[in-house]
Design a protein around this ligand. Structure first.
Ligand SMILES: C[S@@+](CC[C@H](N)C(=O)[O-])C[C@H]1O[C@@H](n2cnc3c(N)ncnc32)[C@H](O)[C@@H]1O
Length: 222
């Protein structure tokens, strides 16, 4: 299993050959929800944040810049980390941010008191998503938090996420896109709850980001 201090080789995950450009997927969107995250979520008490599949570090950079006492670990595939490392090394948080290369199907770095999965689970079918969650669960301390950021499919009667006709249309379209492009899917909160339970995790609270349609689900050990 990779650790925050020792980079590992990539495992045999389905995306092991994903080109670096994929990591930059929607970087404008990432910048938008990264900015929202820094002021919508209370990071108090988090000393080390691990961004799992964090791409080029847009989100982690924004959070570390807003929280000068926090350290971070960016974890992604080796070809992605190569580019991210150069970027972070040249940033104002270089002394507080490590990069680790690896495969989240093989394990994720230990040592964080909070982990981020932003725009990851929707890429994958249920079995793969549970495996990623299970690997996060394995390293999550008893009082640790996992921050899942996704677009949520509205469900009749579920009032936990803000919704509108525009958001519903957008997330339904994203759902089809994910199915065609990655074999993944967008999910309702109830469907996320089912995945979390299978990985011995549970939803602690829902935080609406003001960068709609993004929602943060705070997840804790069961
Ligand atoms: C949709 S992008 C999300 C990037 C970032 N978290 C964000 O919010 O913009 C998915 C990320 O997962 C990474 N990824 C895909 N398969 C992976 C694997 N097996 N292990 C680690 N990272 C992986 C990709 O390289 C990419 O950076």
């Amino acid at each position: 299993m990779p650790t925050a201090t020792s980079p590992t080789a990539s495992g045999p995950g389905r995306r092991a050959s994903v080109p670096p450009t994929v990591a930059a997927c929607g970087s404008t969107w990432t910048a938008t929800h990264a900015a929202a995250l820094t002021h919508c979520y209370d990071f108090a008490g988090i000393k080390q944040l691990v961004d799992v599949g964090g791409g080029h570090g847009e989100l982690l950079l924004a959070v570390l810049q807003a929280h000068p006492g926090m350290h971070g670990v960016l974890f992604d595939l080796p070809n992605v980390i190569e580019g991210a490392h150069r970027r972070l090394a040249a940033s104002t948080v270089s002394q507080r941010c490590a990069t680790v290369a690896g495969d989240f199907f093989g394990g994720v770095p230990a040592g964080g008191d909070a982990y981020v999965l932003s725009w990851i689970l929707h890429d994958w079918d249920d079995a793969s998503a549970v495996r990623i969650l299970g690997n996060c669960r394995e390293v999550l301390p008893a009082n640790g938090r996992l921050l899942v950021i996704e677009m949520i499919l509205p469900a009749p009667g579920d009032t936990r996420t803000p919704t509108s006709a525009d958001i519903t249309r957008l997330v339904r379209k994203a759902d089809l896109d994910m199915l065609v492009v990655t074999g993944g899917r967008e999910r309702t909160l109830a469907e996320y709850d089912e995945l979390f339970a299978k990985a011995d995790l549970q939803t602690s609270r829902i935080v609406a980001l003001d960068s709609l349609p993004w929602t943060l689900i705070e997840v804790i050990p069961r």
